[in-house]
Design a protein around this ligand. Sequence first.
Ligand SMILES: NC(=O)c1ccc[n+]([C@@H]2O[C@H](COP(=O)([O-])OP(=O)(O)OC[C@H]3O[C@@H](n4cnc5c(N)ncnc54)[C@H](OP(=O)(O)O)[C@@H]3O)[C@@H](O)[C@H]2O)c1
Length: 295
Amino acid sequence: MYQRHPSQPTGDPLDLNVVPKVGIIGVGTIAEALTMGLCAFDDQRAEILLSPRNDTLSRRLALRYPNVKVAADNQAVVDESEIVVLAVRPQVTEEVLGALRFRPDQQIVSLIATFSVQRLSSLVAPANEISRAIPLPPVAERQGPLALYTQSAEILRLFDGLGSLIRVEDETHLDLISAVTSLMGTYFGMMGTVDDWLIERGFKPEASRAYVGELFFNLASAARNRSEESFTRLSADYSTLGGLNEHAWRELQAAGWADHLQAALDLILDRIHGHATFDTQLPGAANPRVDQGKR
Ligand SMILES: NC(=O)c1ccc[n+]([C@@H]2O[C@H](COP(=O)([O-])OP(=O)(O)OC[C@H]3O[C@@H](n4cnc5c(N)ncnc54)[C@H](OP(=O)(O)O)[C@@H]3O)[C@@H](O)[C@H]2O)c1
């Protein structure tokens, strides 16, 4: 339990009620999940001040948690916070941060995958203690992997226990993790493809989803429980020699499935590094385009 703000005045070392003031700019999917994680189990490890966008989400969080409030605007979030969490989309980051005045004593935690510490430093100057984190939606229940790149003991304490904390020493490894987290949509996309196949052949949707969910849940559990073993080993253990699993995987590999997956990861890493955009496609791909506004 995080009770004491380490930078509190040393004249009052026994006051356990002082907690850091954490401001969050950009209250969307991940900021909501992070706020819920920070406040889970009635933990009040921080006073949280949210930007008024998104209005619905920030108001809902403030109504739910006594230690969460909504600021009048983004500058008020910065002015009243010791730790500022950046959770806006990359597309608006420069515009949003460019309009704000930071202080040298503030700590910054960026959740924005495509902005390196170096790129952020001119945008948040004179603040110069910049950490990066990759929480994922299950952080709301203090579950899932939470990657953190920081030199700050205070930030480490703030995020401690919000999931399986993976602290990276090298910022480039955080970019690799960011690329890998881009496969969440693909994971559910694969389940959806299997689901469609079952439904087209007569399964009721509820029965299909229940089966597919249970199957993938158990496979994911096996991967986590046997993390000392390679995935090749797990694949072999779950595949009868000459059986259906070996057959399906052999054909998918022969069709380039594994290579495509790694090529997609390379492309996402390029995008994280600013060398590709949402419009960049894999060579030879005829991707179905998704209208961003309709998602
Ligand atoms: N989703 C994830 O799993 C995840 C995981 C790790 C990191 N991230 C990173 O976290 C960031 C946010 O992702 P997200 O999925 O939470 O996106 P999101 O749901 O679109 O949230 C972004 C929020 O920023 C708000 N916003 C837009 N302009 C603003 C402004 N000028 N001032 C303050 N707030 C503003 C939006 O408000 P409106 O709704 O009013 O437009 C929206 O609520 C991204 O950089 C992403 O790379 C996301």
